[in-house]
Design a binder for this molecule. Structure first.
Ligand SMILES: NC(=O)C1=CN([C@@H]2O[C@H](COP(=O)(O)OP(=O)(O)OC[C@H]3O[C@@H](n4cnc5c(N)ncnc54)[C@H](OP(=O)(O)O)[C@@H]3O)[C@@H](O)[C@H]2O)C=CC1
Ligand SMILES: Cc1cn([C@H]2C[C@H](O)[C@@H](COP(=O)(O)OP(=O)(O)O[C@H]3O[C@@H](C)C(=O)[C@@H](O)[C@H]3O)O2)c(=O)[nH]c1=O
Length: 277
């Protein structure tokens, strides 16, 4: 039987405190769903209203009160299209926000688990990107995420930067999986691009990966073997068009018009190939 938090307290074992920023986003809500599977973790979920990562003083105040052992940063500016029009807003959250968190984590001895993206790469390779490949983002979202990574690497020793790709959830909006199902429900014709290859990743799998990382005992000082950049994505590589086909198949929807169409209007350039090793 799993020990609950009260039992742990009675044995005076301190539960691990994990603060989650951006907790009402796609990944944040998935982590909330799994919180009861980790009774040794005391989760603190903070929405953007409760903790704005662009305001360093409020992070400091929060960390002083809650003393988190880990911070999982799910807060981000993720609208790839809008980032082209308002890059300063993307940089404020994805770069300066990450920097603020890293600085406060350093002061409070908190391990930062930061989520980054396949869009830090330019997509010119044709074999999976490794953690040693040099990023070269081709859109503002990717550039702002890369700047966030760089700040964290400059400031911290005890951090995980987990790059992932094409996140989706069957439960929580907003994401490609549910957008396709919504369009199908409305009987809309689907015109989907096959101009990109990547790995759709279920937020449930990423959640388990992150929470298992926390369960591994970590060295208290210096750079443990595990710290640094990690790549995590689901195994199957495909195009968005291929992903749409598999979503319709899984949901037994066979009366839809699905057209392979690369003319879907986008402002942002996207990497043609962004499979992560
Ligand atoms: N979605 C994807 O396909 C992929 C995402 N990632 C990365 O994974 C992480 C999680 O992404 P995902 O869950 O999809 O993103 P979402 O856009 O679903 O969630 C991001 C959350 O961050 C919050 N947020 C925005 N600005 C701030 C701020 N200044 N302070 C605090 N919170 C803020 C948002 O709140 P509000 O809505 O109130 O603004 C929102 O709840 C991000 O780092 C993203 O870059 C990586 C690869 C793929
Ligand atoms: C809805 C739709 C999208 N598309 C195209 C646009 C785009 O190239 C692709 C997927 O659409 P999205 O808007 O989900 O794509 P996008 O915003 O590029 O998704 C990215 O988000 C950021 C946050 C990441 O970090 C990346 O890993 C990646 O998941 O499919 C169509 O061709 N037809 C459609 O009907």
């Amino acid at each position: 039987m799993k020990e609950d938090k009260k039992q742990l307290a009675s044995k005076s074992i301190k539960p691990t405190t994990v603060l989650v920023t951006g907790a009402n986003g796609l990944l944040g809500r998935t982590i909330q769903k799994y919180k009861d599977d980790y009774p040794k973790i005391n989760f603190l979920f903070c929405s953007s209203k409760e903790l704005d990562i662009t305001i360093k003083e409020s992070i400091k105040k929060n960390f002083k009160k809650n003393k988190p052992d880990y911070c999982i940063n799910c807060a981000a500016y993720t609208n790839v299209e809008k980032a082209e029009k308002e890059p300063e807003k993307a940089f404020l959250v994805n770069a300066e926000g990450a920097k603020n968190l890293a600085e406060v984590c350093k002061e409070s001895g908190t391990v930062l688990i930061h989520i980054s993206t396949d869009y830090v790469f330019d997509g010119e390779k044709r074999t999976p990107y490794t953690v040693k490949d040099i990023p070269n983002p081709i859109n503002e979202y990717g550039k702002s995420k890369l700047q966030g990574e760089k700040y964290i690497q400059q400031i911290l020793e005890r951090y995980f930067i987990i790059r992932t790709s094409w996140l989706y959830s069957k439960e929580f909006e907003k994401n490609f999986y549910l957008t396709i199902l919504e369009k199908a429900k409305r009987g809309e014709e689907l015109r989907i691009t096959d101009a990109q290859i990547g790995c759709p990743t279920d937020t449930e799998n990423l959640t388990k990966y992150i929470l298992e990382l926390i369960n591994i005992p970590l060295p208290l000082e210096g750079k443990g073997e595990n710290y640094g950049i990690h790549h995590f994505c689901d195994k199957k590589q495909m195009t968005w068009y291929g992903f749409a086909i598999s979503i319709l198949e899984k949901n037994k929807i066979d009366n839809m018009i699905l057209i392979n169409d690369n003319s879907y209007k986008t402002i942002a350039k996207r990497p043609i190939y962004s499979v992560l090793e």
